[in-house]
Design a protein around this ligand. Structure first.
Ligand code: PLP
Length: 385
Protein backbone atom coordinates (compact mmCIF):
# COMPACT_ATOMS: atom_id res chain seq x y z
CA UNK A 1 0.00 0.00 0.00
CA UNK A 2 0.99 3.56 -0.46
CA UNK A 3 2.17 4.12 3.13
CA UNK A 4 5.71 5.39 2.50
CA UNK A 5 6.78 8.68 0.94
CA UNK A 6 9.58 6.96 -0.98
CA UNK A 7 12.53 8.55 -2.71
CA UNK A 8 13.13 7.51 -6.34
CA UNK A 9 15.80 4.90 -5.63
CA UNK A 10 15.74 1.15 -6.19
CA UNK A 11 18.30 -0.63 -4.03
CA UNK A 12 19.59 -4.07 -4.85
CA UNK A 13 22.83 -4.61 -2.92
CA UNK A 14 24.76 -3.40 0.12
CA UNK A 15 28.24 -3.77 1.53
CA UNK A 16 29.65 -2.03 4.60
CA UNK A 17 28.62 1.63 4.56
CA UNK A 18 27.48 1.55 0.94
CA UNK A 19 24.37 0.47 -0.93
CA UNK A 20 24.01 0.06 -4.69
CA UNK A 21 21.07 0.77 -6.98
CA UNK A 22 19.81 -1.39 -9.83
CA UNK A 23 22.32 0.19 -12.22
CA UNK A 24 25.18 -0.54 -9.81
CA UNK A 25 25.58 3.09 -8.69
CA UNK A 26 27.00 3.32 -5.13
CA UNK A 27 25.55 5.46 -2.34
CA UNK A 28 27.25 6.28 0.93
CA UNK A 29 24.70 5.31 3.55
CA UNK A 30 24.24 7.71 6.47
CA UNK A 31 20.77 6.24 7.13
CA UNK A 32 21.65 2.58 7.73
CA UNK A 33 18.05 1.40 7.43
CA UNK A 34 17.21 4.06 10.05
CA UNK A 35 19.67 2.94 12.71
CA UNK A 36 19.34 -0.75 11.88
CA UNK A 37 22.51 -1.66 9.98
CA UNK A 38 24.80 -0.77 12.88
CA UNK A 39 27.39 -3.24 11.56
CA UNK A 40 27.02 -2.01 8.00
CA UNK A 41 25.35 -3.94 5.21
CA UNK A 42 25.83 -7.68 4.94
CA UNK A 43 28.39 -8.03 7.71
CA UNK A 44 30.16 -11.36 7.00
CA UNK A 45 29.54 -12.70 10.53
CA UNK A 46 25.79 -12.00 10.30
CA UNK A 47 25.57 -13.38 6.76
CA UNK A 48 27.38 -16.54 7.75
CA UNK A 49 25.25 -17.01 10.89
CA UNK A 50 22.06 -16.68 8.81
CA UNK A 51 23.33 -19.04 6.10
CA UNK A 52 24.37 -21.70 8.60
CA UNK A 53 21.15 -21.42 10.60
CA UNK A 54 18.91 -21.35 7.50
CA UNK A 55 20.30 -24.74 6.51
CA UNK A 56 19.88 -26.13 10.03
CA UNK A 57 16.57 -24.91 11.52
CA UNK A 58 14.69 -21.83 10.36
CA UNK A 59 11.53 -21.83 12.41
CA UNK A 60 9.97 -23.76 15.25
CA UNK A 61 7.04 -22.82 17.42
CA UNK A 62 7.42 -21.44 20.92
CA UNK A 63 5.59 -24.60 21.97
CA UNK A 64 9.17 -25.90 22.19
CA UNK A 65 12.60 -24.60 23.20
CA UNK A 66 15.15 -23.74 20.56
CA UNK A 67 18.87 -23.51 21.17
CA UNK A 68 19.40 -20.16 19.43
CA UNK A 69 16.75 -18.40 21.56
CA UNK A 70 18.38 -19.68 24.76
CA UNK A 71 21.80 -18.59 23.54
CA UNK A 72 20.56 -15.10 22.63
CA UNK A 73 18.82 -14.66 26.01
CA UNK A 74 22.05 -15.57 27.78
CA UNK A 75 24.10 -13.24 25.62
CA UNK A 76 21.74 -10.33 26.32
CA UNK A 77 21.73 -11.12 30.04
CA UNK A 78 25.54 -10.69 30.01
CA UNK A 79 25.18 -7.07 28.86
CA UNK A 80 24.40 -4.05 31.05
CA UNK A 81 20.84 -5.21 31.72
CA UNK A 82 20.40 -8.67 33.05
CA UNK A 83 16.89 -10.03 33.15
CA UNK A 84 14.45 -12.13 31.20
CA UNK A 85 13.67 -11.69 27.53
CA UNK A 86 10.52 -11.89 25.44
CA UNK A 87 11.33 -11.99 21.73
CA UNK A 88 9.22 -10.49 18.95
CA UNK A 89 9.77 -9.04 15.51
CA UNK A 90 9.83 -5.24 15.70
CA UNK A 91 10.15 -2.22 17.93
CA UNK A 92 6.41 -1.60 18.08
CA UNK A 93 5.85 -5.18 19.21
CA UNK A 94 8.57 -4.88 21.84
CA UNK A 95 6.76 -1.81 23.19
CA UNK A 96 3.39 -3.56 23.07
CA UNK A 97 4.90 -6.30 25.21
CA UNK A 98 6.40 -3.70 27.57
CA UNK A 99 3.04 -1.93 27.97
CA UNK A 100 1.21 -5.20 28.61
CA UNK A 101 3.78 -6.37 31.16
CA UNK A 102 3.74 -3.01 32.97
CA UNK A 103 -0.06 -3.10 33.23
CA UNK A 104 -0.16 -6.69 34.39
CA UNK A 105 2.59 -6.22 36.98
CA UNK A 106 1.03 -3.03 38.36
CA UNK A 107 -2.49 -4.47 38.62
CA UNK A 108 -1.15 -7.57 40.37
CA UNK A 109 0.94 -5.59 42.86
CA UNK A 110 -1.06 -2.41 43.37
CA UNK A 111 -4.65 -3.11 42.29
CA UNK A 112 -6.86 -2.70 39.21
CA UNK A 113 -6.88 1.12 39.21
CA UNK A 114 -3.17 1.37 38.57
CA UNK A 115 -2.66 1.17 34.82
CA UNK A 116 -1.68 4.58 33.49
CA UNK A 117 1.63 5.02 31.70
CA UNK A 118 3.22 8.44 31.44
CA UNK A 119 5.03 8.97 28.14
CA UNK A 120 6.68 11.99 26.57
CA UNK A 121 5.56 14.73 24.23
CA UNK A 122 7.38 14.17 20.89
CA UNK A 123 8.17 10.56 21.73
CA UNK A 124 7.95 7.74 19.22
CA UNK A 125 7.17 4.15 20.18
CA UNK A 126 5.82 2.58 16.97
CA UNK A 127 2.70 2.28 14.83
CA UNK A 128 0.62 -0.53 16.36
CA UNK A 129 -2.35 0.89 18.22
CA UNK A 130 -1.02 0.75 21.80
CA UNK A 131 2.49 1.86 20.77
CA UNK A 132 0.88 4.65 18.76
CA UNK A 133 -1.21 5.64 21.78
CA UNK A 134 2.01 5.77 23.82
CA UNK A 135 3.58 7.99 21.16
CA UNK A 136 3.21 11.64 22.13
CA UNK A 137 2.77 13.02 18.61
CA UNK A 138 -0.66 13.85 17.25
CA UNK A 139 0.45 13.73 13.62
CA UNK A 140 0.89 9.95 13.85
CA UNK A 141 -2.37 9.44 15.75
CA UNK A 142 -4.67 11.46 13.52
CA UNK A 143 -7.44 9.38 12.01
CA UNK A 144 -6.93 6.37 14.27
CA UNK A 145 -9.00 7.32 17.29
CA UNK A 146 -10.25 6.06 19.60
CA UNK A 147 -6.74 5.39 20.83
CA UNK A 148 -5.91 2.90 23.55
CA UNK A 149 -6.71 4.61 26.88
CA UNK A 150 -4.29 4.80 29.78
CA UNK A 151 -1.54 7.07 28.43
CA UNK A 152 -0.74 10.60 29.47
CA UNK A 153 1.94 12.79 27.89
CA UNK A 154 4.39 15.02 29.70
CA UNK A 155 7.10 17.35 28.35
CA UNK A 156 10.47 15.64 27.78
CA UNK A 157 13.46 16.55 29.93
CA UNK A 158 11.25 18.20 32.55
CA UNK A 159 11.34 16.40 35.90
CA UNK A 160 9.03 18.82 37.78
CA UNK A 161 6.32 18.42 35.08
CA UNK A 162 6.71 14.66 35.27
CA UNK A 163 6.37 14.61 39.06
CA UNK A 164 3.25 16.76 38.83
CA UNK A 165 1.64 14.33 36.39
CA UNK A 166 2.03 11.31 38.67
CA UNK A 167 -1.23 10.15 40.25
CA UNK A 168 -2.39 7.05 42.16
CA UNK A 169 -3.27 5.59 38.73
CA UNK A 170 0.30 5.88 37.44
CA UNK A 171 1.91 2.52 36.86
CA UNK A 172 4.97 3.38 34.79
CA UNK A 173 7.03 6.02 33.06
CA UNK A 174 8.02 5.15 29.52
CA UNK A 175 10.58 7.05 27.48
CA UNK A 176 13.45 7.06 25.01
CA UNK A 177 16.86 7.92 26.53
CA UNK A 178 17.23 10.34 23.59
CA UNK A 179 14.22 11.43 21.53
CA UNK A 180 15.02 9.89 18.14
CA UNK A 181 12.07 10.45 15.84
CA UNK A 182 11.20 13.54 17.89
CA UNK A 183 14.20 15.45 16.55
CA UNK A 184 17.28 13.88 18.20
CA UNK A 185 16.87 15.55 21.59
CA UNK A 186 19.43 14.63 24.23
CA UNK A 187 18.14 15.31 27.74
CA UNK A 188 20.17 17.08 30.39
CA UNK A 189 22.55 14.95 32.48
CA UNK A 190 20.68 13.68 35.52
CA UNK A 191 17.32 13.36 33.74
CA UNK A 192 17.30 9.57 33.47
CA UNK A 193 18.72 9.10 36.94
CA UNK A 194 16.13 11.58 38.22
CA UNK A 195 13.36 9.45 36.71
CA UNK A 196 14.93 6.33 38.19
CA UNK A 197 14.82 7.99 41.61
CA UNK A 198 11.18 9.04 41.21
CA UNK A 199 10.24 5.53 40.10
CA UNK A 200 12.00 4.00 43.11
CA UNK A 201 10.38 6.42 45.57
CA UNK A 202 6.89 5.93 44.16
CA UNK A 203 7.17 2.26 43.20
CA UNK A 204 6.65 2.97 39.51
CA UNK A 205 8.13 1.00 36.66
CA UNK A 206 10.72 2.67 34.45
CA UNK A 207 10.34 1.53 30.84
CA UNK A 208 13.13 2.53 28.49
CA UNK A 209 12.58 2.32 24.75
CA UNK A 210 16.07 1.71 23.38
CA UNK A 211 14.82 0.59 19.98
CA UNK A 212 16.84 3.37 18.35
CA UNK A 213 19.44 4.25 21.00
CA UNK A 214 20.43 0.68 21.85
CA UNK A 215 22.80 -1.76 20.17
CA UNK A 216 25.82 0.51 20.51
CA UNK A 217 24.31 3.47 18.66
CA UNK A 218 25.41 6.05 21.28
CA UNK A 219 28.80 4.46 21.93
CA UNK A 220 27.63 2.30 24.83
CA UNK A 221 25.69 -0.90 24.30
CA UNK A 222 22.64 0.80 25.84
CA UNK A 223 22.24 4.57 26.12
CA UNK A 224 21.12 4.30 29.77
CA UNK A 225 24.65 3.19 30.65
CA UNK A 226 25.77 6.81 30.27
CA UNK A 227 23.74 7.62 33.39
CA UNK A 228 24.67 4.52 35.35
CA UNK A 229 21.05 3.48 35.87
CA UNK A 230 18.92 0.47 34.99
CA UNK A 231 15.32 0.41 33.83
CA UNK A 232 12.77 -2.18 34.93
CA UNK A 233 11.66 -2.90 31.38
CA UNK A 234 13.66 -2.37 28.21
CA UNK A 235 12.55 -2.58 24.57
CA UNK A 236 14.92 -3.35 21.71
CA UNK A 237 14.73 -3.91 17.95
CA UNK A 238 16.36 -2.12 14.97
CA UNK A 239 20.10 -3.02 15.28
CA UNK A 240 19.46 -6.16 17.35
CA UNK A 241 19.46 -8.53 14.36
CA UNK A 242 22.27 -6.94 12.35
CA UNK A 243 19.70 -6.17 9.62
CA UNK A 244 17.42 -9.15 10.21
CA UNK A 245 14.04 -8.35 11.84
CA UNK A 246 13.89 -9.12 15.55
CA UNK A 247 12.68 -7.25 18.62
CA UNK A 248 12.97 -7.96 22.31
CA UNK A 249 11.39 -6.82 25.53
CA UNK A 250 13.64 -7.40 28.53
CA UNK A 251 12.54 -7.09 32.14
CA UNK A 252 14.02 -7.64 35.57
CA UNK A 253 13.33 -11.03 37.08
CA UNK A 254 10.87 -9.51 39.58
CA UNK A 255 8.79 -7.73 36.94
CA UNK A 256 9.03 -10.53 34.39
CA UNK A 257 7.35 -12.87 36.88
CA UNK A 258 4.00 -11.28 35.99
CA UNK A 259 4.17 -12.94 32.59
CA UNK A 260 3.27 -16.61 32.91
CA UNK A 261 2.58 -19.21 30.22
CA UNK A 262 -0.28 -17.85 28.09
CA UNK A 263 0.19 -14.17 29.09
CA UNK A 264 1.68 -13.10 25.77
CA UNK A 265 2.94 -14.73 22.59
CA UNK A 266 4.23 -14.29 19.07
CA UNK A 267 4.40 -17.02 16.42
CA UNK A 268 7.66 -15.79 14.93
CA UNK A 269 9.08 -14.29 18.15
CA UNK A 270 12.53 -15.65 18.94
CA UNK A 271 12.62 -17.87 15.90
CA UNK A 272 16.00 -19.61 15.44
CA UNK A 273 16.95 -17.76 12.26
CA UNK A 274 16.32 -14.31 13.73
CA UNK A 275 18.07 -15.29 16.96
CA UNK A 276 21.11 -16.62 15.07
CA UNK A 277 21.41 -13.28 13.26
CA UNK A 278 21.05 -11.42 16.58
CA UNK A 279 23.66 -13.60 18.32
CA UNK A 280 26.18 -12.67 15.62
CA UNK A 281 25.20 -8.98 15.76
CA UNK A 282 25.18 -8.66 19.56
CA UNK A 283 28.52 -10.50 19.87
CA UNK A 284 30.10 -7.81 17.67
CA UNK A 285 28.18 -4.79 18.94
CA UNK A 286 29.03 -5.53 22.57
CA UNK A 287 32.76 -5.49 21.82
CA UNK A 288 34.64 -2.66 23.53
CA UNK A 289 36.57 -1.78 20.35
CA UNK A 290 33.33 -1.44 18.32
CA UNK A 291 31.78 0.81 20.98
CA UNK A 292 34.92 2.92 21.33
CA UNK A 293 35.08 3.27 17.55
CA UNK A 294 31.46 4.48 17.53
CA UNK A 295 32.26 7.08 20.19
CA UNK A 296 35.29 8.31 18.26
CA UNK A 297 33.47 8.43 14.93
CA UNK A 298 30.55 10.20 16.62
CA UNK A 299 32.93 12.84 17.93
CA UNK A 300 34.63 13.16 14.56
CA UNK A 301 31.38 13.47 12.58
CA UNK A 302 30.05 16.00 15.10
CA UNK A 303 33.26 18.03 14.84
CA UNK A 304 33.05 18.08 11.03
CA UNK A 305 29.37 19.09 11.18
CA UNK A 306 30.11 21.85 13.67
CA UNK A 307 32.78 23.02 11.19
CA UNK A 308 30.07 23.23 8.50
CA UNK A 309 27.78 25.07 10.91
CA UNK A 310 30.43 27.79 11.31
CA UNK A 311 30.58 28.30 7.56
CA UNK A 312 26.92 27.77 6.63
CA UNK A 313 24.36 29.60 8.78
CA UNK A 314 21.58 27.38 7.42
CA UNK A 315 22.84 24.85 10.00
CA UNK A 316 21.41 26.03 13.29
CA UNK A 317 22.41 23.26 15.67
CA UNK A 318 24.31 19.97 15.76
CA UNK A 319 23.35 17.65 18.60
CA UNK A 320 23.32 14.00 19.58
CA UNK A 321 25.41 11.29 21.13
CA UNK A 322 27.66 8.72 19.50
CA UNK A 323 26.41 8.12 15.97
CA UNK A 324 22.87 9.35 16.58
CA UNK A 325 23.24 12.92 15.39
CA UNK A 326 20.66 15.58 14.60
CA UNK A 327 21.44 18.58 12.40
CA UNK A 328 18.82 21.28 12.75
CA UNK A 329 18.44 23.42 9.65
CA UNK A 330 16.80 26.79 9.23
CA UNK A 331 14.87 25.40 6.24
CA UNK A 332 13.00 22.17 5.40
CA UNK A 333 15.44 19.27 5.07
CA UNK A 334 13.78 17.44 2.19
CA UNK A 335 15.27 19.39 -0.75
CA UNK A 336 18.75 18.81 0.68
CA UNK A 337 18.03 15.09 1.14
CA UNK A 338 16.90 14.84 -2.51
CA UNK A 339 20.01 16.60 -3.77
CA UNK A 340 22.25 14.47 -1.53
CA UNK A 341 20.70 11.37 -3.06
CA UNK A 342 21.47 12.66 -6.56
CA UNK A 343 25.06 13.09 -5.37
CA UNK A 344 25.46 9.60 -3.92
CA UNK A 345 24.74 10.26 -0.23
CA UNK A 346 21.77 8.85 1.69
CA UNK A 347 20.42 11.17 4.38
CA UNK A 348 17.27 11.11 6.47
CA UNK A 349 15.25 13.64 8.45
CA UNK A 350 13.15 13.34 11.56
CA UNK A 351 11.08 16.45 11.96
CA UNK A 352 10.69 18.76 8.99
CA UNK A 353 13.97 20.62 9.58
CA UNK A 354 16.18 18.09 11.36
CA UNK A 355 18.55 15.80 9.49
CA UNK A 356 19.13 12.57 11.39
CA UNK A 357 22.55 11.08 10.72
CA UNK A 358 22.73 7.44 11.82
CA UNK A 359 25.48 5.79 9.74
CA UNK A 360 26.75 2.29 10.49
CA UNK A 361 28.91 2.25 13.64
CA UNK A 362 31.79 0.81 11.60
CA UNK A 363 32.06 3.95 9.47
CA UNK A 364 35.63 5.17 8.86
CA UNK A 365 37.04 8.73 9.04
CA UNK A 366 37.49 8.61 5.23
CA UNK A 367 33.83 7.78 4.73
CA UNK A 368 32.84 10.58 7.10
CA UNK A 369 35.05 12.98 5.14
CA UNK A 370 33.42 11.82 1.91
CA UNK A 371 29.93 12.42 3.31
CA UNK A 372 30.90 15.85 4.61
CA UNK A 373 32.43 16.74 1.23
CA UNK A 374 29.15 15.92 -0.53
CA UNK A 375 27.12 17.79 2.07
CA UNK A 376 29.38 20.84 1.87
CA UNK A 377 29.10 20.84 -1.93
CA UNK A 378 25.32 21.05 -1.57
CA UNK A 379 25.46 23.75 1.09
CA UNK A 380 27.85 25.79 -1.11
CA UNK A 381 25.29 25.75 -3.89
CA UNK A 382 23.25 27.67 -1.37
CA UNK A 383 19.93 26.42 -2.68
CA UNK A 384 18.82 25.55 0.84
CA UNK A 385 18.94 29.04 2.24
N1 PLP B 1 10.66 2.98 19.30
C1 PLP B 1 11.56 3.85 18.80
C2 PLP B 1 12.34 4.70 19.74
C3 PLP B 1 11.75 3.95 17.42
O1 PLP B 1 12.62 4.83 16.94
C4 PLP B 1 10.99 3.13 16.56
C5 PLP B 1 11.14 3.20 15.10
O2 PLP B 1 11.64 4.14 14.54
C6 PLP B 1 10.07 2.23 17.14
C7 PLP B 1 9.94 2.18 18.50
C8 PLP B 1 9.23 1.35 16.28
O3 PLP B 1 9.99 0.32 15.77
P1 PLP B 1 9.43 -0.57 14.54
O4 PLP B 1 9.37 0.33 13.36
O5 PLP B 1 10.44 -1.68 14.41
O6 PLP B 1 8.09 -1.07 14.95
Amino acid sequence: MNTYPRLPLLLTRGEGCRVFDAEGRPYLDFVAGIAVNNLGHCHPDVVSAIQTQAARLMHVSNLYHNDRQIELSRLLAEQAFSGRAFFCNSGAEANEAAIKLARKFSKEHFGPERFEILTMVNSFHGRTLAALSATGQEKYQKGYDPLVPGFSYVPYDDLPALEKAISPRTAAIMLEPILGEGGVRVPKPGYLSGIRKICDEKSLLMILDEVQTGMGRTGRFYAFEWEGIQPDILSLAKGLGGGFPIGAMLATERVARSFVPGSHASTFGGNPLACAAAIAAVTLLARADVLTHCQKMGEYLTERLVGLKRRYPVIQEVRGRGLLIGVELGVPAMPLIERALANGLLLNRTTDRVLRLVPPLIITPDEIDEGIRILEGLLKDGKDG
